[in-house]
Write a protein that binds this ligand. Structure first.
Ligand SMILES: NC(=O)c1ccc[n+]([C@@H]2O[C@H](COP(=O)([O-])OP(=O)(O)OC[C@H]3O[C@@H](n4cnc5c(N)ncnc54)[C@H](OP(=O)(O)O)[C@@H]3O)[C@@H](O)[C@H]2O)c1
Length: 276
């Protein structure tokens, strides 16, 4: 019997990107979609009930409060979704010899160190979002039943995806309106569709442990928006702003560029295995 797969956060941007690619990577396997209507995941019992009802072998856990500012406003829900639910999923995966994906974040790093961060570098989150995601990482790694993917900033959400900052940027670029871009933060951005393809490849390989998932180039948000504008042929003026001008109050890491050597090795060894 083929394994049963379950996707949380199915209505989110990464969830939608995974759903679009799923038939290509897992043509013979059904994907059970979990959104807030099917389960809120907000208490231990509802998560246990969900696991008992679906009995998934593979869990792609994309549900999250993905905005760090909203995590500060709803700290308990963030801890539940990012840590406790992840721990329940990881324990379930161990018990049934299954596999779980935890979508972690480059925000586990404090951002004060120059250069790219490697998987073995110390994680010191600056905000509640990063702390809860790091706690979820520890749970999965302790169970040994899945993969922790530390995702970089994702851009270019799929059509119909969850409304957010990128939709506004895309709409402004399409209309030729000016867009502000922060010049003094550095990321290794990756498009949602590319991140989804990588995660599904790693799911097929049933990789375990910790891996960084990001794009090849270290870019500021200003660089990234300028590239997107050029690709769209947008005449928009991209206004350079400092992080302090752009937002105040909430703590975000300055430089969380990710080193992705391990990812490149894993993807290459998968291709070799497929070819042999
Ligand atoms: N976006 C990035 O740049 C980025 C970077 C690094 C890591 N990540 C991580 O990657 C994953 C996917 O991110 P994304 O950008 O696709 O996020 P997203 O678009 O905000 O989607 C989040 C999903 O979680 C669901 N959700 C939120 N609260 C819930 C709750 N209490 N119960 C059940 N479902 C709930 C949302 O449902 P509703 O639509 O009903 O609210 C939505 O489907 C997340 O784990 C995020 O932390 C994202």
């Amino acid at each position: 019997m083929s394994p049963l797969c379950m996707l949380t956060g199915a209505s989110g941007n990464l969830g939608r990107s995974i759903r679009q690619l799923w038939p290509i990577y897992f043509p013979d396997q059904q994907l059970v979609l979990i959104d807030r209507n099917s389960a809120t995941l907000e208490d231990r019992q509802s998560t246990a009930d969900l696991l008992a009802r679906i009995r998934p072998d593979i869990i792609l856990h994309c549900a999250a409060i993905s905005n760090p500012d909203r995590c500060d406003e709803q700290p308990e829900t963030a801890s539940r979704l990012h840590h406790e639910v992840t721990a329940q999923f990881a324990a379930h995966a161990r018990r049934c010899s299954g596999w779980v994906l935890h979508c972690s974040t480059d925000f586990v790093f404090c951002g004060d160190v120059p250069g790219r961060r490697h998987e073995q570098d110390a994680a010191e989150p600056l905000n509640h979002y990063g702390c809860t995601k790091l706690a979820g990482e520890a749970a999965v790694l302790a169970e040994g039943s899945g993969l922790v993917a530390r995702l970089a900033l994702m851009h270019s959400p799929p059509p119909g995806g969850r409304e957010g900052g990128w939709h506004r940027v895309q709409a402004d670029l399409a209309a030729g309106r000016p867009v502000q871009g922060v010049v003094d933060e550095w990321r290794t951005p990756i498009a949602y569709a590319d991140a989804a393809a990588i995660l599904l490849t790693l799911a097929r390989q049933r990789r375990t442990g910790l891996v960084h998932v990001g794009g090849p180039d270290v870019l500021s948000p200003h660089d990234l928006i300028s590239r997107l504008a050029a690709r769209m042929g947008s005449p928009s003026c991209i206004i350079p702003v400092s992080r302090d001008q752009f937002r105040s109050g909430h703590r975000r890491p300055r430089n969380v560029a990710l080193a992705t050597r391990r990812l490149a090795d894993w993807l290459a060894s998968g291709q070799l295995a497929a070819a042999s």
